[in-house]
Design a binder for this molecule. Sequence first.
Ligand code: PEP
Length: 245
Amino acid sequence: MPQLIAGNWKMHCLAADAVALAQGVAAGAAGVEAELLICPTALHVAAVAAALRGSSVAVGGQDCHQDAQGAHTGDVAAPMLLDAGASWVILGHSERRQNHGETDELVREKCLAAVAAGLTPIVCVGETADQRSGGQETEVVGWQIAGSLPKPFSGVVAYEPVWAIGTGKTATNEDVATMHAFIREELVRQFGEAGQTIRILYGGSVKPSNAAALLAVPNVGGALVGGASLKADEFLTIARAAQGG
Ligand code: PEP
């Protein structure tokens, strides 16, 4: 299976900038062996999907509601993302867990809604700096996997240590190897043989200078990229460091 390089644009870009960035990524995507995905704000999914039409780059949302429709002011439902051209959705990002109080249980419900709508979820897990310094990182991630992933699970897991997101600090290759091996073990324990093929992305200050080394770590199935995905050339350099199928 090819590695997946996913860009999380977070709350960046006005519409024209989002379209231009998407066009820049699409223009350089030919010949990239990795699977490519960009996740703009929900408001720009349709415009970005239109800009990417005919390219190999997919579009995703950054969150969805757990209900397919209803009285939920300000929220976006999974079928709406699909309707706008998305095929993926990021769920349980640490910024949503921290800023919106999202629990494992809620992330699991959102995951079910995403799959029911036909989207592939990318479920984020990862420990805080305090949890790591307290030696609790595997325990925390194990609980997040057990609580956030529905059974069966047809999606992708992203390991994103919270202390590495947007900070410029990256987990060492050894830390990534240890955590991804642990996540693989957990996935196999919880999902049997199916757990062997679930892709596990690494996220947290991935950039052109560290991408090749991180993407070569065993059990790393790709990268979730924040800051560096806002520049087409940086995102494409990361994508070229990834492995095809
Ligand atoms: C992210 O928020 O998913 C992320 C990995 O951000 P950054 O690459 O900027 O650390």
